[in-house]
Design a protein around this ligand. Sequence first.
Ligand code: SAM
Length: 194
Amino acid sequence: MLLHRVLPFAKRLLAETVLPGETVVDATAGNGNDTEFLAKLVGNEGSVIAFDIQQAALDKTADRLGDLHHNVKLILDSHANVDRYVDKPIGGAMFNLGYLPYSEDMSVVTKPESTIEAIHKLLGLVKKGGIITISVYDGHQGGAEERDALLVYVKSLHQSDVHVIRYELLNQRNNPPFLIAIEKVKDFVEVSQV
Ligand code: SAM
């Protein structure tokens, strides 16, 4: 199958661009599925820096990681503060927006301001040729506002700095997610827009 669903497609893009031994960021650890994927991708010599604002999410991620935990740093803080924890180039980053699935409190959701601030900072950190993937869900409260703000932001990024795509399956029901992927095409991106 070539036309994957959104999450497998995001993983495919990262698998093609992230190298073993690199540092990568999981901006929304949640239940740890993406953190686990990234930890396997970078291997023993690499590292994953994974953020979530809920301790419950980081606990689930730690459980899921098992033996892979040694190359993962779990950070209880907003991804908007990524620059406080990452000071070297990264191979890529992954966002999975919305709320923590299967949690008791689904009112904790990603917000447009912090999501955009995090992407903005990660654009300065990611290597040339690196990808930032953002899976966007808009069916929950606040989801449509986040989607709209995000689309305005990514469309404002300069075409000589980054390439931005939107990928979605058009025949899925019940508010399917879509993917935004940003590829950095310059060594240095002076991202003035937030
Ligand atoms: N990637 C996850 C996985 O593989 O299971 C799913 C992520 S879930 C859809 C979204 C997560 O983002 C929630 O766990 C939520 O707590 C977290 N979140 C919300 N705002 C955040 C922020 N500002 N910084 C970091 N994480 C945040």
